[in-house]
Structures are given as structure tokens and as C-alpha cells.
Design a protein around this ligand. Sequence first.
Ligand code: HEM
Length: 339
Amino acid sequence: MRLHPKPIQTFRDDFSYSNSEEAIARFPFPFPQDDYMYSVNIEPHVTPGPEGSVFEHLLDIDEHYLSEMAERDIVLRENAQRCLAMPHMDVACWDLIERAMTSLAADYPQHFSLVREGERWTWQNRLLDIHDSFTFGDSSTLPLPPLEYIGRQLQGDFALLDQRDGDLFMDAGIVTCPADWSLRFDAGMSFSEWHGPVPLAHEMGVFERALKYLTAIPVGRPVRRLNWTLTINARMDSSPETFPSWGSDRTTVTPDNVGEKVYLRVELQVLDRMPRSNALMFSIRTYLMSFDDLVTNPDWARRLHRVMKTLPPELVEYKGLSRFHPAVVEWLSRFDPAN
Ligand code: HEM
């Protein structure tokens, strides 16, 4: 199965975003058991993964490509600081250009192509009608700064972590669809600093073990993990910067409209070592699915009910679900025969 990008839909205002049956079938449902707690849930991102799945390629391109690129453009026009790169991250940004262009051209040759003649590179993105020649490593030959240039052509958010003193630092990124965190706020922070607000995980030693694992990732051996939260409406940009435009959505959920209003938001996070800079690439590919679509799969519906019902209160609070969590549990109970 191949998902071809469809015409532009919106993640704001009239929220015209929708998932096809194929997109529902390949949704990365994140719950392997009936309850959920934080863990070091990291596994090798071996590619090619199962054909047609979101794990098939290093970077997943799907039917929402044009919509997500249009949404990114809106966010960057409103606030240019949603893309930041400290000067010492320049080589890492070029690393990302190389990794993204070579893998997209190999994995989706119908959409992307790359011709390399020494340092002279020619890149074609047929989906966005882009055809550029540039000198690799020379930013003056690109129409935009390197990270913004490539970030505007990739689904999902990207952070580039500088590695020094056995720690990781958030020194560059393009983040236009975060689940309630800010690149501008976290810029320059270390791994445990930017994870500061997360409850329970520090005490459980999750971050200490994860950091050891991440700093040892070699070139060519990417790893992945899934994270999740709930979002009201199909809103990609749930950032602190734009909180005034989405915070009050949480008060609009009733037991009757959960199916259409509440979305499971799953992040497929891939970590990949960059060869020149030794930076770590962290990509956050977000998949949104309405509860109405999720419950078309009875196994997912039942499991989601059990996970939501038993979710530790600290996680309910941290993930911002307190206002509507009881309505969600009640609505989902209809789909759980054991209830
Ligand atoms: C180096 C790459 C990573 C980056 C850039 C990153 C970034 C973040 C950020 C910005 C947050 C939101 C914190 C806030 O509330 O402000 C977060 C949450 C979190 N991160 Fe990471 N993270 C990374 C890797 C990991 C890894 C490897 C784990 C594995 C255990 C992990 C576990 C978590 C957890 C459990 C949360 C809370 C999520 C939730 O409940 O929704 N992170 N991360």
C-alpha cells in the first residue's frame, strides 16, 4: 500500500483534516497493553520496516504531506523563532540535509530526486514543485537557511542535539507542531533540563538510562520510540506560544462530542546520529486520529478505554487532560465489553 499526498486540508479554523481508511489502518497505535506508564521504550529503527507501515522508511511521507507543509508555512510566517539554529550547529544542519535528501530520494523516487556532482547538488521535490541546485555546505547557495530549507519539506518536527560532556543540548530545531512545549524556551537546555516538567520519570531513572543509551548511538543505527497525548480538534500546533488560541478548546468536550472532538496524538520519534557533526537528530512525526476513527477498530477501542481509565493521575494532569478525562473514559466505556 502506498499513500499518496492528497489536496491540502487544515489543522485550524474549519479543521478539514481527515484520515483515509488506509491511513487509519497504518496508524501507529501506541498501547501494547491495557495500562500505560513511562519506560525506556526505545527500539532499533531498522529499515525497510514492514511495507506500507509508518516504520517502512527513515522518514515517513504520507497523505497529509501537503497539508502539513502548508500548516508549517503558516506557523513560520507568524513566528520565525519556531526554527532556530545556534551558529555551532551549522554542520549538523547540513548533516540533516544530506540524510533527508538521500533517504527521501531513495525511498520515494516518484516524489524526490537528488543528483550529486562533487559538492554541486541538484534537488527536486516534485510534490512542492522545488528544483534547486546548490553547493553542499555553502548556505549562501540555498534560498533559505539550511534547517528551514529542509524542514519546510519534511513532515514532523526536528530537533538537532549537540553532544558534549556526555549530555545532549537542544541547540537547533524546527518545531511547529509540538505537544505543548517550546523550542524557544528549551533552546540550549540539557536532556534532564528540558525534561524537567515530566512527572515520575526522573524518580524512576527513565531519563538517566535513556541518556546513556542515546549518547552511545552510532552512525547508521537509528532508534525509535512512540509517545502520545490527546489533543482537542485536529490541531497540529499546540504550542505554548499559541496557547490562547487552543487552551480553551479543552472546555468544549462533552460526553456526546468526544468521538469527533478528541484526537489521539501519537509521535513517532526517531533518533539518528549525524556523521559530520556527531549531533543527534530527533524527529517527531505526529499522527492525529479522531476517537470516532479509532473506535472503528474494536481492539483499539477496548484497549484505549482500559488505558484511559487506569492512567495515573500525575500523567492525566501533566498531559493536560484533567478537564475532559472523565468524559473520555465514560464515552470509551461503551466500546469495552468488560465494562
Ligand atoms: C534527545 C531527544 C529527545 C528530545 C529532544 C525530547 C524532548 C522532549 C520534550 C521537549 C518534552 C516535553 C517536556 C515539557 O513538558 O516541556 C518531552 C517529554 C517526554 N520525553 Fe522526551 N525527548 C527526547 C528523548 C526522549 C527519550 C529517549 C525518552 C525515553 C524514555 C523520552 C521520554 C519522554 C517522556 C516520557 C516525556 C513525557 C511525555 C508525555 O507524557 O506526553 N524522551 N521530551
